[in-house]
Design a protein around this ligand. Structure first.
Ligand code: BMA
Length: 340
């Protein structure tokens, strides 16, 4: 049975269970029948399915799902659904397998795709992590139908991941968010770079620093889904990784970038807005991980569907209201100077 849009809206409004006595705003509402996809749904042997890119093409929701096999290598597979929630039709074979013979940077697989429709090219650009023997790096590919794909190749050297392209140019240049890490650096921060052609990138600068010390987003942050355009600015959903004695905690926070000058961070949430709580988020190959790579705004209802990996093992869905995210962001402080 298909899930109707109105039902998803109702679910977003009604299924909110803040942990009493928490007074924190509940901005993301989990779908009641999560996870929406697991390896058991796959038409061929798969170990785990998670971290999917997402987009809407006409009446169809398309997910480009990261699928890990029992070697530990990942490829990407297309799953299609009419309501974006149920009845997924999954390609019978890997849709975008790694191609190490022609692209050595994909030797250990392809991971974590983020999808952006680029209007002036009339195609989808997929920013993904290619796992090379020198470390993970950012690679791009394009498609118009999610059946055939062309690689643009690696665009950032290792180590670099968590990349997505903005849907439109600034001046004459494309913009990309990514997360380089270098040996000896004091943290992993979110960077912004520009390119005239999607191949040659420059003007690399830090967009947002990981905070330090006790903060939930201390030392390591990265973009989650691609930036979402709104009249008030680009909404950024990002993950912060807190290292603890018991392992890493992946949690999500929000920021808002200036619409015309994406180098300008207007707001940044001090608090995380979503964290692993449910068993499918807390337990799996990598516990306590919520990792969205795709979100879709339904402009009729204002509901955003956020597709996220749970514990590096399954794929889950949460909804949010774009109005509520913006209302919340307006209450967030302007970012502080420095990294404290
Ligand atoms: C990040 C990425 C994600 C993964 C997460 C938690 O570094 O590799 O693919 O979901 O770690 O393991």
């Amino acid at each position: 049975m298909n899930v109707r849009r109105e039902d998803l809206l109702k679910e977003n409004k009604m299924h909110r269970k803040p942990n009493p006595p928490s007074l924190h705003p509940v901005l993301l509402t989990r779908y009641h029948a999560n996870p929406i996809l697991t390896a058991n749904d796959w038409p061929y042997p798969a170990h785990s399915v998670f971290n999917a890119g997402a987009c809407q093409v006409g009446d169809e929701t398309i997910l480009l799902v990261r699928v890990e096999d029992r070697r530990g290598h990942s490829h990407l597979s297309v799953a299609r659904s009419q309501d974006g929630v149920t009845n997924w039709h999954i390609d019978p074979v890997p849709s975008f397998p790694a191609d190490p013979e022609h692209f050595a940077e994909e030797t250990w697989g392809v991971e974590d795709p983020r999808l952006t429709w680029i209007e002036d090219r009339k195609e989808w650009i997929i920013a993904y992590t290619a796992f090379s023997p020198s470390g993970p790096l950012v690679a791009l590919a394009s498609t118009t139908d999610f059946k055939t794909f062309s690689r643009l190749g690696p665009v950032m050297p290792p180590e670099d991941k968590d990349a997505a392209i903005f849907p439109r140019k600034f001046g004459n240049r494309y913009a990309m968010i990514h997360r380089p890490v270098s040996a000896g650096s004091s943290g992993a921060h979110i960077w912004l770079s520009f390119s005239p052609d999607l191949i040659h990138w420059g003007e690399h600068r830090v967009l947002m620093h990981a905070r330090q010390g006790a903060w939930w987003d201390a030392n390591k942050i990265g973009l989650s889904p691609p930036p979402m355009e709104t009249p008030e600015g680009w909404i950024i959903l990002y993950h912060g990784v807190r290292h603890t004695a018991g392992g890493c905690l992946y949690r999500l926070g929000l920021a808002l970038l200036d619409l015309e000058n994406p180098r300008k961070v207007l707001r940044r949430s001090d608090e995380w807005i979503f964290a692993a709580e449910m068993p499918y988020e807390r337990h799996g190959d990598v516990g306590d991980v919520v990792f969205p790579c795709g979100w879709i705004l339904d402009s009729d209802t204002g509901v955003i569907r956020i597709y996220y990996g749970g514990a590096d093992s399954c794929l889950a869905l949460a909804t949010a209201s774009v109005t509520e995210l913006l209302d919340y962001l307006r209450t967030c402080p302007e970012p502080r100077v420095g990294r404290a």
